[in-house]
Every structure is written in C-alpha cells, then in structure tokens.
Design a protein around this ligand. Structure first.
Ligand code: PEP
Length: 247
C-alpha cells in the first residue's frame, strides 16, 4: 500500500546543462510503480521541473520557514511552490552539522512545507558515537517527535521520513539492511504514537551509501519503503538502475 520511493539528493552538484542531460539520460527508463524523485540545488529547480520526464518528480534540498522577509540568501516555501517542485528535504544531517539546523527549525519547516502543499522528506539519524553508546533509538525518538510536534497530517502519503545514520552518509560504510529495518520499524512505532491510524501509510526511506549493488537488499525489508541516495544518484545510468531495483 506504500508506493516505493527512490529519491536522489544531488547536494551541491550539477549545473543546469548537467541536469538537463541527466533528464535526457533517464527519459523512458524509469519505472511507473516506483516514485522517482531528484532533489536539486534551488537555482536549477525551475529548469529541472520543465525538463524532467513525467514520472520523475523534483524536490528542493532545504527551505526557510518564513513566508518572506529579511533573510538574505534564503529560499521561501512560496518560492519553491512557484517553481512547481513537489518535495523538499528537511533536516538533512549536512544542514544540521554545517548550518545550525535544529530539531526546532525542522519542526517549523515541516509545518510550513505542509501549509504550502510541499511534501517534506524529513531526515533523522544518529551519529557514530550515539550508535556506539546504544543511543540510536533515543535520538530517533527525539528527532521524530520534535519534527512532527503539532503537525497535522492530512495525507500520509505526502509525508516521508528518511532514516539516515550520519556515519553512513557519503562514507561508503552503509548500515546493514537489518540495522536499517530495525531503525525504520522503530521510527514507524514512534510515528504510531502520534498518528495512530496513519503511521502505516507514511513512507520511511533508508539513506547512507545506497548503490545499485545493495538497493535490492534494503528494499526487501518490510519497513524500508525506499531510499534517499546521494552519490549514486548523480549519474543517469546509476539512478536508472536504482529505480529499477525490482528488475
Ligand atoms: C544523502 O546525501 O542523503 C546520502 C545518503 O548520501 P550518500 O548516498 O552519498 O551516502
């Protein structure tokens, strides 16, 4: 009942021309039964929306939680809506680590995104020391409860949570599929305490060094509904392979 999702996070990569060649490279090769998404730098979103094949959705990688105002360098939800993107990544660990993103700002952003019909992909995950001191669940619970504090969810299919252990992002050290399943199941249990009747419809992705060679293993797990992929989403061929993990 939950449609699998494969979301690429391009981070600070790709010019407009590179994004357009990517669109040409994936065109006609993406499956219809997997929701395929690329989250791109804000400056190329409008072109990407225009050039993406119909079964490739486009997302942003961050946004501010104000509608407008004196926030130099920021992008508002109204601006994102104006580019016609569908998704926005919120609380990515790189934003938490380098740009002072906190559980509180993630919560404000989730509320704003939903107010403007932007579908949030909310990232949570522990750092290595937290995993090694058995604090993973404690961290996930805190991050999930705060991100969704006071958030009304009308359509659970429009809300996505990504479990991204920080130690596995961009390091090549992926979490085992059992670790991913345990964490995603735990996140669903936490969501169930807030959204009793909707938690089973919210998609939970795993992210952290996912590649064409390991995607199938993650997708075989009952609580892993998809993947958020950085490095391996940059090349059209690799993205096509990831999206077609069932073949
Ligand atoms: C990410 O950026 O969210 C990510 C999971 O990166 P990578 O796949 O490169 O580890």
């Amino acid at each position: 009942m939950r449609k699998p999702m494969l979301a690429g996070n391009w981070k600070m990569n790709k010019t407009r021309d590179e994004a357009i060649s990517f669109c040409l490279g994936v065109s006609g090769k993406l499956p219809l039964d997997v929701e395929c998404v690329v989250c791109a730098p804000a400056i190329i979103l409008r072109d990407l929306v225009k050039r993406a094949p119909s079964n490739l959705a486009v997302g942003a990688q961050n946004m501010d939680y104000h509608d407008s105002g004196a926030f130099t360098g920021e992008i508002s939800p109204i601006m994102l809506k104006d580019t016609a993107v569908s998704y926005v990544i919120l609380g990515h660990s790189e934003r938490r680590a380098y740009y002072n993103e906190t559980d509180e700002t993630v919560n404000l952003k989730v509320k704003k995104a939903l107010e403007y019909d932007l579908k949030p992909i909310v990232c949570v995950g522990e750092v290595l020391e937290e995993r090694e001191s058995n604090k993973t669940n404690e961290v996930l619970k805190r991050q999930v409860l705060k991100a969704f504090e006071g958030v009304e969810i009308a359509n659970p299919a429009d809300v996505v949570v990504a479990y991204e252990p920080v130690w596995a992002i961009g390091t090549g050290k992926n979490a085992s599929s059992d670790m991913a399943e345990d964490a995603c199941k735990y996140i669903r249990d936490v969501l169930r305490t807030i959204y009793a009747d909707k938690a089973d419809e919210i998609r939970i992705l795993y992210g952290g060094s996912v590649k064409p060679v390991n995607i199938k293993e993650y997708m075989s797990k009952p609580n892993v509904d998809g993947a958020l992929v950085g490095g391996a989403s940059l090349q059209a061929d690799s993205f096509v392979e990831l999206c077609n993990y069932q073949k």
